[in-house]
Design a protein around this ligand. Structure first.
Ligand code: ADP
Ligand code: MG
Length: 549
């Protein structure tokens, strides 16, 4: 009997030990896996590092590439395209405008001779941005904005007074099939939307007076005049092969004629140029424009004599807007991860648009998805790997932003998005926190790189404070002109954390004394409205006014 009891006891003990070993073993394995997941995050953080030193190297690289792109055709990854926009709408009446033209910084009037000369030097770099048309834009003009997720048509009534214009805007998502189909279908769709707007405004289509249109087409275009240009390549998921190499405004003009619309493409511009135009209309200190939306790009006002690749280029204003096409910027100082490399390799345009792929709305969500996928391969805490995580672009940037900005203690929004959109149910809180951290690392890197890009432009035009004179001993005595950068795009306007990281980096790179003179100003729907304003300032009806210069 005692032997039986002993036997049972030993059996139970052995079983208990086996269970315990199993549990401990599983726990050890789970812990090991979790460690690997945390390791993925650590590695990501290290490879996305953007110290201020590194950002300054990116700033320098941007300025160097800008010079190279202006020096020769194909001299840089930055195309630095001429826009033929050599005046910017102002909304100012004549006298006011001339006072702006001579309006070098006030210190020039009061300062010592040394200050005066240095100041004029600085002013010379930028004063041309104030050389704008000496008249106020008036009349009805149309804008058409194509180049991202959405497509907009608008009518702008200009009253000839600063800030006094009425807009009527219609917005539509571009059907994905049109993004990769035939050019005829895409342009038919655009022209029909415009036709609707004209009809809605009781603006007779049969009117003998030709209506003027600013066409914002936000893809790389080799401009041949302010109203014509040839498509170099598609970006942002568009791929309509029969359009590449064609004259874009001409194709639109033909479609408008086919539809019986009495409308003329007065300007063909990039969205950044439209944004700069609207920014300048509201604030004459605006010298550059940046867009961070589906894609990213920037333009700025440049002196014509700095555009070396076009020697002899003469404009009445002495300057011209240059479309940088900065989405294609690349520098070895940019922190690149294996996820970026994979994303690039699997994209329709590998080795292209490197800056854009690290910064813009089309890609950020997908970088995050790739990191979470890697984490899920390291641990079963994320569920089976064949979840939606493996589907390219399953996580859009708005969802990434919503998870990043979830401030609920239990991260309920994160849980819901993971469950509903990525089919990852019941992820424990500690793993949800990891997901938020991934979003943070990816968004922070993007915003800081964008800030470095902006400072790169400021450096090129002498507005980063590095060429400033000091009148006293401290940095706060530095003379800096007020510098406004117009900015548009949902990443900046809708994604608060992104915006805050961008501002933080600007301040870190420039230093507080300089940064306080640099203002980022949101220009709502600048790309469309700005194009209509440019149609006004380049209107054929205004030729007499233009000759006043
Ligand atoms: P577009 O570039 O088409 O003119 P937007 O400037 O609105 O339009 O940018 C659209 C891009 O911004 C999309 O890629 C989208 O994923 C992203 N986006 C839209 N809303 C948000 C948001 N709240 N947070 C982060 N990204 C957003
Ligand atoms: Mg846009």
């Amino acid at each position: 009997m005692a032997k039986v009891v002993l036997g049972v006891a030993v059996g139970v003990a052995v079983a208990a030990c086996a269970v315990a070993a199993l549990v401990v073993g599983r726990r050890v394995r789970t812990r090991r896996k979790w460690k690997r997941v945390v390791g993925v995050l650590k590695e990501l953080e290290e490879s996305c590092e953007t110290t201020v030193g590194r950002l300054r190297q990116v700033v320098d690289a941007m300025a160097v590439e800008m010079h190279a792109g202006l020096a020769s055709e194909g001299g840089s990854k930055l195309k630095m395209l001429l826009t033929f926009v050599d005046n910017l709408p102002s909304g100012f009446p004549i006298l006011g405008q001339y006072s702006m033209i001579v309006g070098v910084p006030p210190v020039c009037y009061f300062g010592m001779v040394f200050e005066f000369l240095s100041c004029c030097n600085l002013a010379a770099l930028s004063v041309s941005c104030s050389c704008i048309l000496p008249w106020s834009e008036k009349g009805t003009f149309y804008g058409l904005d194509l180049g991202g997720t959405n497509f907009r048509v608008l009518r702008v009534e200009l009253g000839g007074q600063r800030s006094s214009f009425d807009r009527d805007v219609a917005q539509q998502a571009i059907p994905p099939r049109l993004m990769t189909g035939r050019s005829e279908d895409l342009f038919d769709f655009i022209a029909s939307s415009l036709q609707h707007l004209v009809e809605k405004g009781n603006d007779s289509e049969q009117s003998p007076i030709i209506k003027e249109l600013g066409f914002t087409f936000s893809f790389p275009v080799k401009q041949t005049s302010v109203s014509s240009g040839i498509l170099i390549k598609w970006t942002k998921g568009f791929a309509i092969t029969d359009m590449v190499g064609k004259e874009v405004a001409g194709v639109l003009q033909q479609t408008l004629a086919r539809k019986g619309l009495n409308m003329q493409v007065a300007v063909l511009v990039n969205n950044t140029v439209g944004t700069l135009a609207l920014g300048h209309y509201h604030d004459a200190d605006t010298v550059a424009a940046v867009i961070i939306g589906t894609g990213t790009n920037a333009c700025y006002w440049e002196r014509t004599d700095a555009i070396i690749k076009c020697q002899g280029l003469l404009t009445t204003s002495g300057g011209m807007v240059v479309n940088m096409e900065w989405g294609n910027f690349w520098s070895s100082h940019m922190p690149r991860t294996s996820y970026d490399i994979e994303l690039d390799a699997e994209s329709p345009n590998p080795n292209d648009q490197g800056f854009e792929k690290m910064i813009s709305g089309m890609y950020l969500g997908d970088i995050v998805r790739r990191v979470i996928l890697r984490m899920s391969q390291e641990s079963d805490v994320f569920g089976p790997v064949f979840s939606s995580l493996s589907v390219p672009f399953a996580l859009g940037t708005p969802l990434m932003a919503a998870m990043h900005e979830d401030d609920s203690p239990e991260l309920t929004k994160v849980a819901r998005i993971l469950k509903d959109d990525l089919k990852i149910p019941d992820l424990p809180l500690k793993a949800r926190k990891l997901v938020v951290k991934v979003c943070d690392v990816v968004a922070r890197r993007a915003a800081r790189l964008a800030a470095a890009g902006i400072v790169g432009i400021l450096k090129k035009i002498g507005r980063d404070g590095s060429g400033c004179i000091r009148v006293g001993r401290t940095r706060s005595d530095t003379k800096m002109r007020r510098t406004v950068v117009a900015i548009e795009g949902s990443l900046y306007t809708q994604y608060t954390m992104f915006r805050e990281y961008l501002h933080e980096a600007l301040h870190e790179i420039l230093g507080e004394d300089i940064a306080q003179h640099v203002i980022l100003k949101v220009t709502e729907d600048g790309s469309g409205t700005g194009a209509a304003l440019l149609a006004a300032s380049h209107s054929s009806k205004s030729v007499d006014n233009v000759q006043l210069l």
